[in-house]
Unconditional design. Structure first.
Length: 277
């Protein structure tokens, strides 16, 4: 009922899963990842305990193959399961149980495991593999995962149709305020074109959370903040800081700089504003 890719970035700093399915809220069931340990996709007749238990095996130093074998050895329903794992070193493993519904299968390579069941055919995983291998190894892992997922979707995807998709990426210290490893956990639970919607969410995430290059930062000065406060007040906000918070722009500024695009956006929204004389 699902096709997925589990992968590690070539720089060894990120792990993630991209998945799509004719199944409601696939992102709540299939993907799991932990920075420094690896990533897992559990699907078909998914055994969700594989996520925590498998990550614990990986965290303890097990390779993807060993972690997979341990999971299967402890599961009487292994013939119904489909699993993909990538470990901390980028080694990969995939399992498709003999009772998974056709078409079902997977492929693995350096840094990735791709698998699917109830697919239109083998061409789905082949297209995903080709897309991932052809992608820029220096590109963000989220982009590479989404590209592979889109290739699988365009090759036929789930034989039953489309409903949901998800993208999970972890990296040490990448979470909100640097307090966990969750770089992104994007989910489309019920949509006629879930992969398209997932890409839209990724673009929103990137706009709000991607690190701002030095060249796109404007140094803070008392004069600038006086102007920004005035412009924010003209829009009905108490201050520039409140306008930033209301728009979820907290990540687009530092202790002594503001993203240039925020200044330009506020100026564009208040073209009639004039400073107090």
């Amino acid at each position: 009922m699902t096709f997925s890719i589990v992968a590690r970035s070539d720089d060894g700093e990120s792990w993630g899963v991209a998945v799509a399915s004719k199944f409601f809220s696939v992102g709540s069931v299939v993907p799991a990842a932990r920075a420094g340990a690896g990533a897992i996709a559990t699907q078909a007749w998914a055994n969700v305990t594989y996520k925590d238990v498998g990550l614990a095996h990986l965290q303890g130093g097990a390779t993807s193959s060993l972690a997979l074998q341990r999971l299967l050895d402890e599961d009487d329903g292994k013939d119904l399961r489909q699993v993909g794992i990538v470990d901390s070193g980028g080694d990969s493993a995939s399992h498709t149980g003999s009772e998974c519904l056709e078409w079902a299968g997977g492929v693995t390579g350096d840094g990735y495991a791709i698998q699917g069941n109830i697919l239109t055919g083998e061409e789905v995983v082949v297209a995903m593999q080709a897309a991932f291998q052809a992608s820029d190894s220096a590109a963000p892992l989220a982009e590479r995962l989404l590209g592979a997922l889109r290739a699988g979707d365009e090759a036929g995807g789930d034989a039953r149709g489309r409903q949901s998709a998800a993208l999970l990426v972890v990296r040490d210290g990448a979470g909100f305020d640097g307090r966990n490893d969750l770089e992104m956990d994007l989910r489309v639970d019920d949509h006629s074109h879930p992969v398209d919607e997932l890409e839209r969410l990724l673009r929103v995430h990137q706009r709000l959370n991607t690190a701002v290059p030095e060249a796109e930062r404007t140094p803070d000065t008392p004069e600038l903040f006086a102007e920004m406060d005035g412009r924010a007040q003209a829009l009905g906000h108490r201050s520039f800081a409140l306008w930033v918070g209301i728009n979820n722009y907290e990540h687009l500024g530092g202790h002594d700089w503001t993203a240039t695009r925020l200044i330009e956006e506020l100026r564009a929204a208040t073209t009639d504003w004039q400073p107090d004389s």
